[in-house]
Design a binder for this molecule. Sequence first.
Ligand code: ATP
Ligand code: MG
Ligand code: MG
Length: 570
Amino acid sequence: KPAGSSNFIRSIVIDDLQAGRVKEIVTRFPPEPNGYLHIGHAKSIWLNFELADEFKGRTHLRFDDTNPLKEDIEYVNAIKEDVKWLGFEWDGLFFASDFFEEMYERALLLIRKGKAYVCELSAEEIRRTRGTLTEPGVNSPYRDRPIEENLDLFQRMRAGEFPDGSKVLRAKIDMASPNINLRDPVLYRISHTKHHNTGDKWCIYPMYAFAHPLEDAIEGVTHSICTLEFEDQRPLYDWVIRECEMPNVPRQYEFGKLKLSNTIMGKRYLRQLVEEGIVDGWDDPRMPTLSGLRRRGYTPEAIRALCRETGVSKSSGIVDYRQLEYYIREDLKLKAPRTMAVLRPLKVVITNYPEGQTEMLEAENNPENPEMGVRHIPFSREIYIEQDDFMEEPVKGYHRLYPGNEVRLKHAYFIKCEEVVKDADGRVVELRCTYDPETKSGSGFTGRKVKGTIHWVEANHAVPAEFRLYDSLVTDEGDEAAEQAETAQVAGEEAGDDAAGKVDTSFLSRINPKSLEVVHGFVEPNLRDAKAQDKFQFFRHGYFNVDPKHTKPGHLVFNLIVSLKSSFDP
Ligand code: ATP
Ligand code: MG
Ligand code: MG
């Protein structure tokens, strides 16, 4: 399926190509290297790359690195890795900072045309004089500075003569415009900060609203796709392209963000979780980052399926995160071998099984994919079963093991519980059972039936393993606070106000204290050499991934990717 058949941006591209308005489509994915990519970014990556691919165009990876305070080369490298992992190859790699000289020249051009001026109001005064939706803004006292004076001051800003925050360059548009973004927006600010790419070369940095359209135009981007918060900035985008006399004229199109229920996405929120040690880094398996999802065990196929199937539209509805769980199950169903793992072990001794004997039983690796063949698993007098699969006093409808009841051991025999062994505190520590050799799996035995089938691992060959079971990191309460912070941030950045980037911490109260449970049990011996990122379906439990960070020789750690759709009860 192409990039969404009912995708309005795709229709625009088709129109532009048919009408000859563009010869070749060029898109870009423009992350700011100030954090790791999350699944929302995947949507934008997918849309930009798939659109260009479909129409034999090109896609650039461009680092929108105009804010040196928050940016770092660590993020640049992580972003490249994540885009590749998703399965996309960029046709050009760019850094906005490589264009700083050209942007500066364009700013000089604006000044010479009388379209920009150096303003000495503070960020706070600029915000206060912008006006509101119902009231026009107030002209800055510096608005009518002579062109020569503006040129001189702007050059001296670049030369480093003035401290941070003392002056900005503003566009001279219209303080009474109904669109607040056009009320003399800030184009440049002073920041004596070392930049990850340009070092100490610059102490003035362009604002997003000025830099972004110029980057697009310089790279020859035709369709500049962004998210809905930037809709009101489109007139400014067009103004910059026109007044800076850019030979290429890109067009901006906005679509609704991908949002997932029970998921917090903004990078600034994710950074807080990392910095406050609430999670184990940006790649914690509970994080919605691509690196977190990868470590959890999600595949690029599942993430791309989510992007494709949730469509592209002008509104941003919230997608149920269970949809992503559906796609990973679909992807792993035929790929992941099925094996048995006991997460919370209970010892079972089969009293009538010969002591010292081990037999090998045949087990299919994936009943839905016979090509995956069979394996052989040991069986003996001692096994582990799941604590949950025994109840001393069974509740109604419980068909697993209880005193006097018989169940099937998957791939093995029927066993019957004869005796319960307890410790001094009355806790069940061992079961003593008998087995019926006639009932061997695959023998065609039909003499009698049992209602429950349970999994197990042979005790002497079992491989100890740690299992990390995850639940949502945050619970939902609507994302309105985040939404407002977002809008404030766009507006604040526009005003050249770094304080507006401050994070609202109320979301921390939505953190689920039970998002991680660690248990210790056993897996089948053939998993002894499992490697980082190997994926399995543990019978009756769900899909698990070998954790690449905490797995060490002799210490296997499995991350729960997703439980099975069917309930845990057989
Ligand atoms: P965040 O708000 O999470 O920090 P951002 O928008 O600031 O994200 P950028 O690095 O500036 O992150 O974004 C790179 C691209 O990804 C932009 O084009 C942006 O619109 C897009 N993007 C970010 N979040 C989403 C999302 N949830 N759904 C779709 N596209 C997104
Ligand atoms: Mg950003
Ligand atoms: Mg943002």
